[in-house]
Design a protein around this ligand. Structure first.
Ligand SMILES: C[S@@+](CC[C@H](N)C(=O)[O-])C[C@H]1O[C@@H](n2cnc3c(N)ncnc32)[C@H](O)[C@@H]1O
Length: 527
């Protein structure tokens, strides 16, 4: 199977329909953007709508139960911040109502019960989390005693823990076609796939909402060639993280120690993992010296890294800052942005490469916060100062996006959907009309290594648009792999194709304009 081809297509079947393959799903924006599901021609699909009465009607048997449970939860909530239950509680609620309706011996229940549970071998931290989830679900369903669970065909606390463990071990993040998390879903068929930190396939939802035919479907897509006898492997976690964090997360949530190639070969003698790398003055890289006792050397010149304490401090401060900035990103975006703005220069000056954690995480967060704070061009007045400030913000966002692209391309395989989306964001930022184009350019500090190092970054005028074009061309190639060739690279792939056509036209107009100017120049006199 070639990369970019669909290995397995799971039609998302919903609560009310056939039991052969199942998706339970829940939206993260319960009051504004409700995710519903419906069936068409035996295939069921999920789509995003706003306040759709039709949708509410189709989902009514579960919606009415959910509506009562949400109100009950909100009434008992100690503060407004926790007045909506999290995705896991809401999805578990739907799973249990479905279990009650379908019956414990139905095909639907058999498929769910066949999913792996880790009830008897959980980590202590997981047991604590599951106990908390069990209490929450009992409260959400409005049950007064554990015996009330019998109506859901759950005979004991152990049965409930099984349901919860199956859910946490086998659920997927439901995303938009541009990878924005929307909620959580369960598919027993796709959940059969095991994990690798260097996967050969990905789970994506390449289509967007809109017409029924264009609704999102969960798809498993090969991002590398896979031979007939090779196991299909996806990643359950963020593989840009270093091994220690990946292993901790996999153990706590999925109860296993990963022995994939990436985990087994990390830190081989001449093999610097780009997730934990720092520059050597010779241009080579060395691993981060993450403990006092480590002696680390540059893989190229073999020089010993001496700035151990400074690096350990910077990595620690960077991690704490990333955790804090992530927690604040929606509640206080300005403060979150300020944190990323303060920390990134510290980590860069310590010598961390753009792919190194936590610099890569901070760059990605900073990029999304900068993009959210960009003013729309139409809202700008003709004030020079205002336009200059908007230009600076846009250029900062481009530098941040290019640092993210540079980091992501070092750690993720070509065609990984996250790479395709990151290149798209960078290309689109470069294609935005400049509010105040620069006449004289200053050398930039953070150009990605695949652009010419000596050139100012970001460029202005036609070179900027040409760079937008080449970046979007590259994005499209990667989107065709990560979101599937037969999907035309998904919604984002189609969008990029249209953007490329528009830029081609604009560049053509520019070229024609320059030719006209040249033709209008007085010809040099012949002697
Ligand atoms: C989504 S399920 C995958 C399907 C599961 N292996 C089965 O047979 O039902 C996730 C669970 O599979 C196991 N698993 C997945 N990938 C693994 C790996 N690379 N090494 C060891 N166990 C793995 C773990 O127990 C994990 O909690």
């Amino acid at each position: 199977m070639d990369e970019g081809n669909i290995q397995y297509r799971n039609h998302i079947v919903v609560l009310q329909t056939q039991a052969s393959s199942i998706i339970e799903h829940i939206s993260r924006f319960p009051l504004l953007r409700m995710l519903r599901a419906h069936s068409s021609n035996g295939l069921a699909e999920v789509h995003t709508v706003q306040n759709s009465v039709d949708c509410q009607n189709r989902d009514w048997s579960f919606h009415k139960l959910e509506c009562i449970a949400l109100k009950r939860w909100a009434a008992a909530a100690p503060s407004a911040e926790v007045s909506i239950p999290n995705d896991a509680i809401r999805c578990l609620g739907r799973l249990l109502w479905k279990r009650k309706k379908a019956g414990g011996s139905s095909d639907w229940a058999r498929e769910i019960n066949a999913m792996q549970s880790h009830r008897s071998s959980m980590q202590p931290s997981t047991t604590e989390f599951h106990t908390h989830l069990a209490h929450s679900i009992v409260q959400y369903l409005g049950l007064s005693s554990p015996t009330d669970l019998a109506e859901f065909d759950i005979a004991s606390a152990a049965d409930l823990v099984d349901v919860i463990s199956r859910f946490t071990t086998n659920s997927f993040t439901l995303t938009s076609p541009s990878l924005t998390p929307l909620g959580v879903c369960v598919s027993p068929a796709v959940a059969l796939i095991n994990h690798s930190c260097d996967p050969n396939a990905v789970v994506v939802f390449p289509r967007s909402s809109g017409s029924v035919a264009q609704e999102p479907l969960m798809q498993v897509i090969a991002i590398k060639p896979i031979s007939a006898d090779e196991e299909i492997l996806t990643s359950y976690i963020d593989t840009t993280l270093p091994k220690s964090q990946r292993q901790q997360f996999l153990l706590e949530t999925y109860n296993f120690t990963c022995k994939c190639n990436l985990c087994e070969n990390e830190g081989g003698s001449d093999n610097v993992d780009p997730r934990i790398a720092m520059w050597c003055p010779c241009g080579g890289t060395s691993p981060l010296p993450l403990t006092d006792t480590d002696i680390v050397r540059c893989s190229k010149c073999k020089a010993v890294v001496t700035s151990t304490d400074a690096v350990i401090d910077a990595a620690r401060v960077g991690q704490e800052g990333l955790d804090k900035a992530t927690a604040l990103q929606f509640r206080d975006p300005e403060k979150s942005k300020q944190l990323t703005n303060n920390l990134i220069p510290i980590l860069l000056s310590t010598g961390l490469t753009p792919s190194t954690h936590p610099l890569l995480g901070l760059s990605r967060l900073q990029q999304s916060l900068l993009i959210s704070s960009l003013p729309s061009l139409s809202s700008l007045t003709s004030s020079q100062e205002e336009r200059k400030a908007a230009q600076d913000l846009l250029d900062d966002a481009i530098r941040s996006a290019s640092r993210s692209v540079s980091g992501l391309t070092s750690v993720l395989h070509e065609g990984h959907p996250v790479r395709g989306i990151a290149l798209t964001e960078l290309g689109k930022l470069l294609a935005v009309d400049e509010p105040s184009p620069k006449e004289v350019q200053q050398p930039g500090d953070a150009h990605p290594h695949f652009f010419t190092k000596a050139a100012p970054f970001p460029p202005s005028g036609p070179p900027r648009l040409r760079l937008a074009y080449t970046t979007l061309m590259r994005a499209r190639e990667e989107l065709l792999i990560g979101f599937g060739k037969s999907n035309d690279g998904g919604e984002v792939g189609k969008d990029v194709r249209e953007a490329l056509v528009a830029i081609e036209k604009e560049l053509g107009v520019w070229k024609q304009g320059v030719q006209n100017v040249i033709q209008d120049q007085p010809k040099p006199e012949k002697h």
